[in-house]
Design a protein around this ligand. Structure first.
Ligand code: SAH
Length: 465
C-alpha cells in the first residue's frame, strides 16, 4: 500500500522539514496491522518525493483485537483481501501516526513554509473507490486539486474483464502540505467506505479536527460525514450540526449579554420586528410555540412574559447561542411553574427532528437567510413537512431596502447566505405553500417605502385544512 507526495517547491528537500522525516533516511514505524516505512525515492533541490509504504501483515490483521473488525467473517476472506495493497483506512491510520505533526501544521524548522501553499503532486496507485472515479473528482476538486483518477483494469492480460473497483489517483495542486494531508486523512477512508475498526463518537471529533477550515464549506460535506462515520446517521448528523455551529463566533464572555441587549436596543427595527412577529403569533391563537433559530433568545424573553404561551421551545444549532439565551432568561431564578413552560434544545433545522412535531406555531425570525440556499429545501422539508406546525412565521431582510442604508455594502450581516427581493421572497413562500399544504399572507415590517418596500418582510403561513 503506497502513497507518494512530491513537490517542486525550491528547495524541494524542504519537504523533509515539513514532514519531519529526513530525506536521507528510511524510517519504519509499527502501526495497525503492519509496518509503515517512509523514504524518499528522489530528493533534489528541484524535486522531492516522499513515499509512505504500508506493509500490511494480513495474518496479524486477521487476529482478533479489541475494537477491530476482521475483514470478513468468511474465514479465507480474513487472509485473502485487498488490505495489503489498497489504500484504505489502514493507510490513513499510518498517515495519522507517521505524519502527526505535519497534519497539525507544525514544523520547528520551517514555520513559514507550513503556512505556504506549495506545488504538490500526490499519487495513490490503488485506491478503492466506492461509487466510481466520478466521486473522486467530486471530493477533491472543490478543494483546489486537479484530479486524475484512472480505473485500474481487473487484469491487464484480460481487458475483456473490464475494470476493477480501484483507481490510480493523481492529485496536483498548490496547497498547504498540512491541508493536503488532512484532505487525504479524511477522504481516503471516505472513498474506501469500509473502516477496519468500529466507529464511535470520538470519530466525530477526529473528523471535525481534520476537516477544520475546509469541510464546512465542502459541497459534499454530507456524503463525507456519512461515509467517514461509517453510515452512522446520528453521528453524521451531530458532525454536520457542529459544522454549522462553528460558523458563529463564540461569545460567552461575562458581558456578552449586556452587549447583545445594547445592540438590540440600538436598533428600532429589532423591536418592530419582534412586535410584528408577536402580533402575527397572537393572530394564530397559538399557545404551544417553537422559536426556531432562537439565537440568544430575544423573542423567548417576550414569549415567557406572556402567559398565553403555555409551552415554549427555543431551538438553535449553536450551543453558544443557547447558553446565552439561558443566561438571559435567568433559568436559575425562574420559579418552577415558569421554568416548566420553556425548553431549549440544540437542533439543526435542516434535519428532521421529532421533538419539534405537533406545535401550534413556529417562528423563524431572521433565520432562513443564514442557511445555504442549497440546504434550504432540507429546512423546508424538516420544518413545513416534518415538524408541520399549524402556523409558521418567517421574517427575512428585504434586499431592495438595502439602498436606504447608506453605509451598507453587501449583505446586512456577514453570515447571511443570501438576501431576497420582495418578489423572490413571495416566490419562495408560494413554492413552500404548494409543496407542503399551507396558505400564506405577506406583511411588511418597518416603514413601507413606496419604491423599495419595507426593511423586513414577514410571511404568516397557515396549514391548509
Ligand atoms: N431568531 C433570532 C436569531 C437570528 S440569527 C433573532 O431574531 O434574534 C440566526 C440564528 O439561526 C442563529 O442563532 C443561528 O445559530 C441559527 N441557525 C442558522 N442556521 C441554523 C440551522 N441550520 N439550524 C438551526 N439554527 C440555525
Amino acid at each position: 500500500m503506497l502513497l507518494t507526495i512530491s513537490t517542486t517547491h525550491t528547495p524541494a528537500t524542504d519537504l523533509g522539514y515539513l514532514l519531519v522525516k529526513h530525506p536521507d533516511r528510511v524510517q519504519s514505524f509499527a502501526t495497525t496491522g503492519g509496518t509503515a516505512h517512509v523514504f524518499y525515492p528522489e530528493a533534489t533541490a528541484e524535486r522531492c518525493t516522499a513515499a509512505l509504504l504500508l506493509d500490511v501483515d494480513p495474518v496479524e490483521l486477521a487476529r482478533p483485537s479489541k475494537g477491530r473488525k476482521t475483514p470478513d467473517s468468511f474465514s479465507l476472506g480474513r487472509y485473502v483481501n485487498d488490505r495489503p495493497y489498497a489504500a484504505s483506512s489502514l493507510l490513513t491510520v499510518a498517515l495519522g501516526k507517521v505524519f502527526r505533526s505535519a497534519l497539525k501544521g507544525a514544523s520547528r524548522d520551517r514555520a513559514d513554509l507550513v503556512d505556504t501553499a506549495i506545488p504538490l503532486e500526490i499519487e495513490v496507485p490503488a485506491l478503492p473507490c466506492q461509487g466510481g472515479a466520478d466521486v473522486v473528482e467530486r471530493l477533491f476538486a472543490p478543494l483546489g486539486w486537479t484530479v486524475a483518477a484512472t480505473p485500474v483494469p481487473l487484469d491487464p492480460a484480460f481487458p475483456e474483464w473490464g475494470d476493477s473497483p480501484y483507481v490510480r489517483l493523481r492529485l496536483t495542486g498548490t496547497v498547504r502540505l498540512a491541508d493536503a494531508l488532512n484532505h487525504l486523512y479524511v477522504l481516503l477512508p471516505v472513498l474506501d467506505d469500509a473502516k477496519h475498526y468500529w466507529v464511535s463518537e470520538d470519530e466525530v471529533d477526529k473528523l471535525l479536527r481534520a476537516g477544520d477550515g475546509w469541510l464546512g464549506g465542502h459541497p459534499e460535506r454530507e456524503l463525507i460525514a456519512r461515509r467517514y462515520l461509517a453510515g452512522r446517521r446520528t453521528l453524521a448528523q451531530s458532525a454536520l450540526e457542529r459544522l454549522d455551529a462553528t460558523d458563529e463566533p463564540l461569545d460567552d464572555t461575562p458581558d456578552a449579554v449586556e452587549r447583545i441587549e445594547a445592540a438590540e436596543r440600538a436598533k428600532p427595527l429589532v423591536r418592530l420586528r419582534k412586535e410584528a412577529v408577536l402580533a402575527a403569533l397572537a393572530d394564530t391563537g397559538a399557545s404551544r410555540v417553537l422559536d426556531l433559530g432562537c439565537g440568544p433568545g430575544a423573542l423567548l424573553l417576550e414569549l415567557v412574559a406572556d402567559n398565553r404561551y403555555t409551552e415554549i421551545v427555543g431551538a438553535d444549532v449553536s450551543s453558544a447561542s443557547l447558553a446565552l439565551a439561558e443566561r438571559r432568561l435567568r433559568f436559575d431564578r425562574m420559579p418552577d411553574r415558569q421554568r416548566a413552560r420553556i425548553t431549549l434544545i440544540q437542533s439543526a433545522l435542516t434535519y428532521h427532528d421529532d421533538r419539534l412535531k405537533g406545535f401550534d406555531a413556529a417562528v423563524l425570525m431572521e433565520v432562513v437567510e443564514h442557511v445555504d440556499e442549497a440546504r434550504l429545501p432540507a429546512l423546508e422539508r424538516a420544518v413545513f413537512g416534518h415538524a408541520a406546525p399549524r402556523a409558521v412565521i418567517v421574517t427575512t431582510p428585504n434586499v431592495e431596502y438595502n439602498v436606504r442604508y447608506e453605509s451598507l455594502h453587501g449583505h446586512r450581516h456577514d453570515d447571511h447566505r443570501f438576501e431576497w427581493t420582495r418578489a423572490e421572497f413571495a416566490a419562495w413562500v408560494d413554492r413552500v405553500c404548494a409543496a407542503h399544504g399551507y396558505t400564506a399572507e405577506l406583511r411588511p415590517v418597518g416603514a413601507d417605502d413606496p419604491e423599495v418596500g419595507s426593511p423586513t418582510q414577514l410571511a404568516l403561513f397557515r396549514k391548509a385544512v
